[in-house]
Design a protein around this ligand. Sequence first.
Ligand code: GDP
Ligand code: MG
Length: 460
Amino acid sequence: MVLADLGRKITSALRSLSNATIINEEVLNAMLKEVCTALLEADVNIKLVKQLRENVKSAIDLEEMASGLNKRKMIQHAVFKELVKLVDPGVKAWTPTKGKQNVIMFVGLQGSGKTTTCSKLAYYYQRKGWKTCLICADTFRAGAFDQLKQNATKARIPFYGSYTEMDPVIIASEGVEKFKNENFEIIIVDTSGRHKQEDSLFEEMLQVANAIQPDNIVYVMDASIGQACEAQAKAFKDKVDVASVIVTKLDGHAKGGGALSAVAATKSPIIFIGTGEHIDDFEPFKTQPFISKLLGMGDIEGLIDKVNELKLDDNEALIEKLKHGQFTLRDMYEQFQNIMKMGPFSQILGMIPGFGTDFMSKGNEQESMARLKKLMTIMDSMNDQELDSTDGAKVFSKQPGRIQRVARGSGVSTRDVQELLTQYTKFAQMVKKMGGIKGLFKGGDRVDGKAAILYSFPNL
Ligand code: GDP
Ligand code: MG
């Protein structure tokens, strides 16, 4: 089961609470059963799943709890908390220091995605303004240097390697020395892998590590082996000083849930996840936003980061309005315009509350873009009164004839227009509830992720 399906199933289970007239033991158990079945189907270890069920049950005292709405929210929140726990290694991850020469060494089995991920990480930091480079110390695999060179050239990242030198220790040392002298901030060293965990692989890794003294060793793990990740991660951690993990191939893979929870169980901090073959298919991994996106609740914090990367002109007017709790359809339109510039869309849409369904489904860039464009086309058929009302959805619900007019004008069904209004309501609710949302669409203050989670539950 792919992760997007897992998210949908859990969301549907949580939603069953909202549909139930009373919340009793039976309803709670049925919901938990659905959640647990979905997790097991995603290859999460049965012990972890059992623990989750027990923790939720012990956090909830149905007798003690008062009103229905409150009960639902508290149960949903308890499930959310446990899901976060499932992927949270509870260890703070290493982060590079700006202005310093950070040497990052990649290790992992052959085919796990090291070379691809090296380039993704380099590209990620380069876009954020760090002076970044790549070194190919894989002399084992024929064509390894060409592969890295190709990726680096495409992304305009300086690189180092050799066609003739066969000793990875020499290449790695020379490369690191050269780039350190040139004051590079992120120096990424790609190494070779083997098909199995063999002594020769570990020996080579150790030699390279001893020679270059990396600040961080990143272990690259292919998600497709699911739960087996736990044993493999442990084996690598035992041999070298692995400080962080990147889990690759989480796009549409059946065992993603198993992989993430298994790695977390070894207390290894996952720093990024790979979600495709393209250099952009790469996301920082943070437990709360990850679960939030999985359940279609968006990731406002991630969205803010993305918007900040764009360095747009400031949005004083919007911020002023938001402070007064106003978020109109036109504001949403303008934010969509910003989003169009950001890419990749499937990632961005997952960050918007109410849009979660595209989460991690790969290769639907065009579909996502088309979806956003369609929404904008619908809004193009709205008039100023509709676009600028502080509660756009209400204007329509008061006079449903407007829905038909807009549908005709934009060549869509009335249901499409209604869906857009529902999405607007969710987005606006989220944006408003965040209160004095100084950080949104502008640099500066961060939003409290916890508040976002609590407030987003009414959307379920
Ligand atoms: P290495 O042997 O560890 O260096 O692995 P490579 O970087 O050469 O990757 C092996 C294969 O996995 C290549 O075909 C990559 O395109 C593919 N790959 C790497 N990361 C991802 C990912 O996140 N998603 C998908 N779908 N493929 C990936
Ligand atoms: Mg490689």
